[in-house]
Structures are given as structure tokens and as C-alpha cells.
Design a protein around this ligand. Sequence first.
Ligand code: PEP
Ligand code: MG
Length: 536
Amino acid sequence: MEVFEGKSSFKGVAIGKIAEMKKAETVVRRTHVDDVDAEIARYHKAKEQAQAEIGELHDKAMKEVGEAQAEIFEVHAMFLDDFDDSVENIIREQNVNAEYAVATTGDNTAAMLAAMDDNPYMQARQTDVKDVADRVIRDMSEGGGEANTFTENVILVADDLAPSETVQLDKDKVLAFVTRQGSTNSHTAILARTMSIPALCQTPVTKDVDGKMGIVDGMEGKLIVDPDEATLEKYTKAAEAEAEKKRLLKELKGKETVTKSGRKIKLYANIGGIGDLNFVLENDAAGVGLFRSEFLYLQSNDYPTEEEQFKAYRTVAEMMAGKEVVVRTLDIGADKQVDYFKLDKEDNPALGFRAIRICLTREEVFKTQLRALYRASAYGNIDIMFPMITSVWEVEKAKAICEEVKDELTAQHIPFKDVPIGIMIETPAAVMIADELAELVDFFSIGTNDLTQYTLAIDRQNQHLERFFNAHHPAVLREIQMTIEAGHRHNTWVGICGELGADPELTEQFVKWGIDELSMSPSSILPVRQIIRNMD
Ligand code: PEP
Ligand code: MG
């Protein structure tokens, strides 16, 4: 038995025979040409063919794995469109063959992408641009690559996998992907998440595993080759449990969250950072309903800079590919303490200096975050949400600061969108004045964790009060209903992002009251979708 460790981009277990991916070698030689015009014409002919092939791959991906996955081939077409100037210039200036000019252009573009440290998405597109160059080069030469057809289900091992290779695979036969290179941002990783199969990258697998028995453990990020009996038994059990989960997933993935009578609910995910996006995509969330941005501050030893925050928000916006992403502004204080804020010790921190109270007092900290958020808004569909609101003036003031930030960005010619603004309803005060607050914002998101704590006057951290704690207390439920009604009186959509939003015993009640959105930890999404789809 041998174990290889790598980075996992999808949790899950796969057991089966290992197959090494066969690849066509494209060896490019630099040769001298006299007739540069003929060489350029040869390039354009191959480019046209490559364009047609990319179009076909796009359509195939669209049918098999959906729009989000097919989009990568639009990126390929775009890369190819940008090749012309460089390729023609290399052929003309250096009197060289088109294959060499294309390969050099591909390598140069890949090197440029590799240097984009501030954009992990584009950085991960290096393999895509090389794939495009290889395609054009192949189209200029005779013959094709070896076919990868499998007679049984396999764990596919490769150095790396380009989207054009994965889309041509017989996906029903692939149990897992294991690549020696690649990143968790690569297309293969994204595809694996879409297919809900385990995938490991950066796994130093030796070349002699082809045909051997293997286990991919996506939880621990391991490929086990030639497992012993006890290991095989343990993983067979885990795989059976996975299969049951997958059955539910398969049934509900891609389906709308809609009741039988046609009421649609936005089912969103709560995240603490980029690392959670995996699960968001895996569980088919329609958006992110709560990005707890304070985790960026909690993970850091000093104030995260505007640039650091911008990168994180932009990545989430890009990865969610146009789906709504609600980012909650900094919510520290109370149970979430950050040393470098040097906050005074308080007798009663839950009722103290926290969240919006800190932001409205330390405007420079707030403004840095807002600038990062507005800048990232140009890359997707971001909403901004303020936590712990109790008064109208707080919302007015926070919005006024947003206006200042927008004016600054406009003056600096930095692009941004005029994003929707919402607030969390997590204090009884906010519930009582919800009509006034609704006039000021685009949406409400009910934070039932804090709303319960403040309504019942029970510290959410104190285990000794369990006897007095009732998650379904009628006061809290009535507050939720009141908030939904108030929001709707003013055309403000209302969601729940606290834990109650995922409570299967309450889902039907919330839908009947008219809730517009429920945001929860990703693993709760499909079970809640099932409840909603079974409702009349
Ligand atoms: C809440 O209070 O319900 C909420 C979602 O916010 P947090 O749990 O982060 O305080
Ligand atoms: Mg809260």
C-alpha cells in the first residue's frame, strides 16, 4: 500500500482502478521560412479550424455540464482572438514557422498570466492559454492524440488536465481526478466540484500506478494505491454513505427552489471566506447570502489592507459568476475579538462596542473596507450589508459614508457598481422600527442567532442557560413574521441568514410568511430545497 498526499478540491471518496491519462505530445521545432505571407495564411487557416472546434466544445460542455462550465471555452476563444498580432509579428520579424510563433505566443501569454498575483482566477488560466496554442499547432499538423476511452470506471491520473481534455472524457466513467500539477482554482477542480466527484491536485503520484487499485480520499487529500483489506473495507463503507448523499444531491442539483404552486425562494449560502466557496458550488447555492467578512480580520495579525480585502471580495464575486453575493461589513466585538483593534475590556461585550458601532466610530477602518467592496463590485454581483443595526441614524450615516467612498472612486476613475444596500435585523429594536428602516434599504437579512440572544436576554455563548433557551421561542418567530411583513410593505426583500434559516422544522412556516431568501451553511441547502419543492 502506498499513499500520496495532495490538495483536495472536492470532498468525497472514490474507489476503483487507476488510469493514467494518455496525452498527445506536441513537439514544436523552430524552422526558417521564406514565404512569410504563406505561413501567416497557414496560421489563419488553423486558427479558423481551432475556433470551430472551441465552438463545438462550448456546445458540448453546455449540454453536459451547464453554462458556468461552458464559459471557459468563451475564454479560450478570447485568448485565441488575441493571438494574431503576436503570431504574425514573430513570423514576419524572425522568418519562422507558424507552429513556433504560436507556441511562443502561448508561452508568453502564460508567463504574463502567471505573474498576475492579484488575480488567482486569471493565474489559473495559464493551462488554458497553452491548451489553445496546442490546439492551433495540432490543427497545423497531421494526426491527432491518443483517445482516452475506458471500459470501466476509473480514477484518472494526469500531470494536468486542460478543459478541452476533460470535456471530451467519458465523464460517466471517471470516479475522481488526481493531477500532479494544477490548482484548486483550475478548471478540472471546478469541473470535479460540478460533477461532485473527488479531485486532488498537486499530488506527487509516481508514474507506475496505471492499472492498480486506488482510493481517493477527498476529505484527507490522499490517493491510496493498492490498499490493504482493512483500508478498503473502511473506505467502502464511507463511499456507501457518500453515494446516499450524492443521490439526494443529484436529484436536486440544478433544480429550482420552488414550491409546487410556483413560489421561488432564493437559497443562498453562508461563508467565512474564499475557502468555503467549494461547498457553495458543490451544494448548488443560488448565491452567497452572508459573507462574514470579519474572518478576514480575525485571520490577520494586523488590519487587512484595502488591496487584500479587494482581492478576497473580487475572487468571491468572480467565482460566483454573476450570482448575488451579500457581504456583511465588519462584525467584530462581542464573541469575535481581534487584538490589534485594541478594544477596551467591557463588562458586557455582547451589549457593547461591536459591529456597526465600531465602524461608525473608526471611520477609516470602515472606509477601507467599503472601498475594497465597491472596487470588487465591478467584477460581479455584490451587495453590502450592515450588521447590528438598532437605529435609523446608523443606516443613514453608513449610507452617507458609502456615498463618500463612491465619490472618491468616481474622482479616481475607478470602476464600481451602485450596489444594493441591506441591513441585518438582529436586534429587537430593528424589528420594532423595521418599517422606517425598510424605507432606507434594499433588503433585510434576519440574524436569528443574535436576535434570539437579544430577545430572550440569553447570552448565546453561555451553555448553562440551555434550560431557558428555546430556539423556537414564539417571540422570535413573531419578530421574524413582523420583519417579513414590514419589509414587504416597502418593497424590501427579506431573508434569514441566522441558524434558524436552515431549521427544517421551520422552513414551511417561513415560506408561508413570505420569506424571499434563506441563507445557510452549504450542506443544509439541498435538504431545505427538498422541503420547499415538496410544499404546495
Ligand atoms: C446572526 O446573528 O444570526 C448572524 C447571522 O450573525 P453572526 O452569527 O455572525 O453573529
Ligand atoms: Mg449576528
